[in-house]
Design a protein around this ligand. Structure first.
Ligand code: ACM
Ligand code: ZN
Length: 540
């Protein structure tokens, strides 16, 4: 059997791929075997082929099956793998189980007629003969999801993780706290979810909005649910990094515990008077702080002067740390207005006592103090690029979102960097010029081609500085993304383009070639029942 290029359409494109003639045919004799250490991967592969083929493919530890999974120390990259397919056997080898897992993700794309939800009965499943050697370009390949502006259910979080894994990405950045909702159970502070997880309304339409919808909205994940997600992700070799925002974007926590504000008695201001009737009544009855109901950046932030603030945050982090095995905790750090700190006696006293020059240095004090706490517990911090202002905390990793400048500056200061520039990596942007025919988005315009064209390592860095660029990530902020269907539409196919940016060798970047493979990749979207932006993939 002679294979054609059609048979080898893999995203992200592997480092090296040699085609050969012949095909492996899945039939009743097909079986998967692996050493015990690869039991998770072996089971997953057997299930994957069974679903695609309708043949019940067994898995056996140290068995005699014709599909072998192995660990191979001679593979250099921790995430690297080799895959060899011939007419009578398949071998997947990785330096680590993670590498083997990525080999399986490649196999998934090589299966003919592969679907996940509907077993193929019309024709047998075949896999074309091939030798692949592959490893990622960047060690950090992430997707972020804001579950605070809108809340997403457990099954969607798992689907999101499935997508991350399918694309050989390895990190899920879970944005769990915001002005509009606190989404993680903290046992010591039950009001965070009793009060902070719900808002009394949401603006209608694009900010500033035409009205308030007057509907109570919210939700949160229990610690048991968080554990379930972390375990699910771990089986798919995805690390979950929680984000606990500080010192800004903290209105929901302040609504729950007003003492955290510089001014506990001052009412929360909902801009343009888009406040719900319920919240208005609550404020009139003497409860000034509410969970935010509109979008934007708000002046009521954690007080940097009170010890109560740090005691609270340390307690919260004490509950967060054991839930997430990740080396990193994201502490936010973006968009923290300093107006309250400027007029707060406690904050001003802190500035004086610590010999700080201004409120920017107070933010740096805040972040550095939290970093020190987390470092002592074995965790490193990631913060948005505003953490550069007033001086970087000594061990912080910077997530560059306001373009690439923050990332470049951080790398020059020899700090690790994750690139997530808004121009190329903000998937809450529109994805075509035809905004009238797109669902409401925050603004901007980032096409799948623009995502593909993005180069995470800036030219202005020298060779040594380039090593600090760990990788890139796309962010999905959800002010306007209310449903899971819409979330899928915004990430697909842009995520598929980013996956290749962060995995495949730069020299192999080729838009036309990618676009051809993308047409084929839609089979997987369809099989998974995903909603994607079809106009971004139409045959040119
Ligand atoms: C951000 O988009 N405020 C990080
Ligand atoms: Zn203060």
């Amino acid at each position: 059997m002679v294979n054609s290029a059609q048979d080898y359409q893999i995203i992200p494109k592997p480092v090296s791929l040699e085609t050969a003639d012949g095909k492996f045919v899945v039939n009743s004799k097909t079986a998967v075997t692996a050493p015990e250490v690869l039991e998770n991967e072996g089971q997953l592969l057997a299930e994957m082929i069974s679903l695609a083929s309708g043949v019940d493919v067994p898995f056996e530890i140290n068995g005699s099956g014709n599909i072998h999974l192995n660990l191979d120390d001679s593979i250099e990259n921790e995430e690297g793998y080799t895959l060899s397919v011939s007419y009578d056997q398949i071998v997947v080898s990785g330096k680590t189980p993670k590498g083997v897992f990525y080999g399986i993700m490649t196999l998934r794309q090589l299966q003919s007629g592969a679907t996940e939800t509907e077993p193929t009965t019309a024709s047998e499943v075949t896999i074309p003969a091939v030798t692949i050697k592959d490893h990622p370009r960047y060690q950090y390949r992430g997707m972020h999801l804001d579950v605070a502006r809108h809340f997403f259910p457990m099954d969607f979080i798992k689907r999101y993780i499935d997508l991350i894994a399918l694309h050989k990405m390895n990190t899920f950045h879970w944005h769990l706290t915001e002005d509009q909702g606190w989404r993680i159970e903290i046992k010591k502070y039950p009001r965070l979810t009793e009060i902070g997880a719900y808002r009394n309304g949401t603006i209608v339409g694009h900010h500033p909005g035409s009205e308030n919808d007057q509907k109570r909205y919210g939700g949160f994940y229990t610690q048991e649910e968080i554990k379930e997600i972390v375990a699910y992700a771990s089986e798919r070799h995805v690390t979950v990094i929680p984000e606990i925002e500080l010192p800004g974007h903290s209105s929901a926590a302040i609504a729950a515990y007003p003492v955290l504000s510089c001014f506990p008695d001052e009412p929360t201001v909902v801009t343009h008077d888009m406040i719900s009737d319920k919240s208005k009544a609550i404020q009139a009855a003497g409860t000034p702080k509410i969970v935010q109901e509109t979008w934007g950046v708000f002046p009521d932030v954690y007080c940097a002067g009170k010890e109560d603030t740090f005691a609270f945050l340390q307690d919260v982090l004490d509950e967060v740390i054991p839930l997430f095995p990740s080396d990193y905790i994201h502490i936010g750090g973006d968009e923290c207005p300093k107006a309250n700190w400027e007029r707060c006696p406690n904050c001003q006293k802190r500035i004086k006592d610590e010999g700080l020059h201004d409120a920017h240095e107070l933010q740096s004090y805040f972040i550095t103090r939290i970093e020190k706490y987390l470092n002592a517990k074995g965790k490193n911090i990631i913060g948005w690029d505003e953490i550069l202002e007033g001086g970087l905390a000594p061990n912080a990793t910077v997530m560059s979102w306001r373009g690439t400048e923050g990332g470049i500056e951080a790398a020059k200061q020899h700090h690790d960097v994750i690139m997530t520039p808004n121009h190329s990596c903000y998937f809450d942007h529109y994805q075509s010029e035809d905004h009238a025919n797109e669902p409401l988005a925050i603004g901007g315009n980032t096409t799948v081609a623009e995502v593909y064209a993005y180069e995470p390592t800036p030219d202005d860095l020298n060779e040594e500085e380039r090593n600090y660029i760990l990788g890139a990530q796309a962010n999905l902020w959800t002010e306007y993304i209310k449903t899971t269907d819409y979330a899928e539409y915004m990430i697909l196919p842009r995520m598929t383009a980013l996956a290749e940016v962060v995995w495949s060798p730069k020299e192999q970047k080729d838009w036309d070639d990618f676009y051809t493979r993308l047409q084929h990749f839609t089979h997987i979207y369809d099989a998974m029942g995903l909603n994607y932006a079809k106009h971004s993939i139409e045959d040119k």
